[in-house]
Ligand binder design. Structure first.
Ligand SMILES: Cc1cc2nc3c(=O)[nH]c(=O)nc-3n(C[C@H](O)[C@H](O)[C@H](O)COP(=O)(O)OP(=O)(O)OC[C@H]3O[C@@H](n4cnc5c(N)ncnc54)[C@H](O)[C@@H]3O)c2cc1C
Length: 428
């Protein structure tokens, strides 16, 4: 098992476009060439703006080609929690926007003819504790009333959806699908370049400051003056923006991929080829590979530095808990990337001194990052449909945090322990 070997890069290797000189002036500079940055760039270039996107790595080398490809547009807080925090009306608007964003992703992929194995296969969510089933069933009922195809799956019917007895039943919703994240990113890059966007890979933004009615942006290959600046660095923000680094907590998420499994075993374990989630605190997410031959199993990594082997082994064990048949199956790939959390645990678009930020997708950026990047661009264009339920004040700074999530190993250990205690008590 090679360390940090991204399965997705086999079918869609990442590379920087041929290097071009940095233009000293343009309308908009965008920092970060993941889904957020490229989505913003496409919108702006199509509206006639000159756009340069800078990424200190190869475009996509952040989370956008490493993720699980589960197109959920998930919101971490429950419906009730959203209403409590933001009020009933805002909560409904955020949920409605999640739905629109999911639908818009499907439309975008179809219209731009992006070949990324996108399929609306549905998602099974397993109840990790017997007591969690009722909540999943109620939520499915609520979704069904809003017109989303969703239903509860009692334990007696579970094997029709997922080949395991691990869960106490679950629920299914059919508005969630899967895609190949690196092929999707490659498609977005193609669309951006065709729209006239200049993408500078392996070119970091080092600093910026307001100058006149725009910004002076210093990059590792030259200085640019631009009227507008959009930041799409999510879990990869660095010292170029210390203010942001105190507000977005980078959290490592890791995936392991099995060796190809027999068609019979795949049909037993994943009969409907659905995306999968669950309810325990340190919840895992998993799916079949788009060609239906492997299982990709993901979850929190628990480390903040280096690349030790134990997080991959933890994931393998968690996968075997769900699918005992996989004990002894070879893990061929494992890798990690950074997701970004903020204190409200809600994706957001915000501005500071005229610059726009879109970030904080809390591990659900396949839908949200593309959507929020586009909204941020529409706001730069001054268009009415740039308004979003995700428009918030900047997230508050996280106390005692300056960019290194030193507390994450402790949080991870606490969550692991609580899940074990719950399992021991028979609650999870
Ligand atoms: C292992 C894993 C699994 C995931 N699974 C899912 C999933 O199944 N479904 C889902 O919806 N979401 C998932 N996510 C989350 C999703 O991948 C992200 O939310 C999304 O890709 C964020 O896109 P982005 O463009 O905002 O950021 P990124 O793709 O992370 O891009 C940010 C970029 O900013 C660049 N950058 C940072 N600082 C600078 C600088 N100073 N100068 C220039 N460039 C800079 C970085 O190099 C990076 O490339 C997962 C994430 C990980 C890591």
């Amino acid at each position: 098992m090679a360390a940090n070997d991204v399965y997705w890069w086999e079918a869609a290797p990442i590379a920087s476009p041929p290097q071009k000189p940095v233009d000293p002036t343009c309308d908009v500079v965008i920092v970060g060439a993941g889904y957020t940055g490229l989505s913003a760039a496409i919108t702006l270039a199509r509206a006639g703006r000159s756009v340069q996107v800078f990424d200190r790595q190869r475009p996509g080398e952040g989370a956008s080609t490493r993720n699980g490809g589960i197109a959920s547009g998930n919101l971490r807080p429950s419906s009730g929690e959203l209403a409590k925090t933001f009020g009933e009306e805002r909560a409904r608007a955020i949920e409605a926007e999640a739905r629109t964003a999911r639908e818009d992703l499907a439309r975008f992929i179809a219209e731009e003819e992006i070949d990324c194995d996108f399929a609306l296969v549905g998602r099974f969510a397993g109840a990790s504790a017997a007591g969690d089933y009722e909540g999943l069933a109620r939520e499915a009922e609520r979704l069904a009333k809003t017109g989303i195809e969703a239903h509860a799956v009692p334990k007696s019917e579970q094997r029709g959806y997922l080949g395991t007895d691990y869960y106490h039943g679950g629920s299914v919703r059919m508005d969630i699908g899967g895609l190949h994240p690196a092929k999707f990113h490659a498609g977005m890059l193609r669309v951006a370049l065709a729209a006239g966007v200049v993408v500078h890979g392996e070119t970091g933004v080092l600093s910026f400051r307001q100058e006149g009615d725009g910004y002076r942006v210093e990059t590792s290959r030259g200085v640019v003056t631009a009227r507008d600046l959009i930041v799409g660095t999510n879990g990869y923000g660095d010292r170029f923006d210390r203010w942001l680094r105190r507000r977005m907590v980078p959290v490592r998420s890791r995936i392991v991929a099995t060796a190809p499994l027999s068609p019979n075993l795949m049909a037993t374990l994943m009969p409907r080829r659905m995306m999968c989630a669950e309810t325990r605190r340190l919840h895992y997410y998993y799916r079949p590979s788009p060609d239906g031959t492997r299982i990709l199993f993901g979850g929190r990594d628990g480390t903040i530095a280096g690349d030790p082997s134990w997080p991959a082994e933890n994931l393998r064990r968690a996968m075997v808990d769900v699918f005992p048949e996989l004990d002894g199956t070879e893990i061929t790939h494992t890798w990690f990337g950074h997701v970004a959390m903020n204190r409200d645990m809600i994706p957001r678009i915000f501005s500071r001194e005229g610059m726009r930020y879109a970030a904080g997708y809390c591990g659900s950026g396949v839908v949200w990052a593309r959507w929020a990047g586009r909204k941020a661009a529409l706001q730069v264009l001054g268009q009415e449909d740039g308004r979003s339920a995700l428009d918030f004040r900047p997230p508050p700074a996280v106390p005692l945090f300056n960019g290194t999530a030193w507390f994450m190993p402790a949080v991870f250990a606490w969550m692991t322990t609580m899940d074990r205690i719950d399992a021991w008590r028979g609650r999870r």
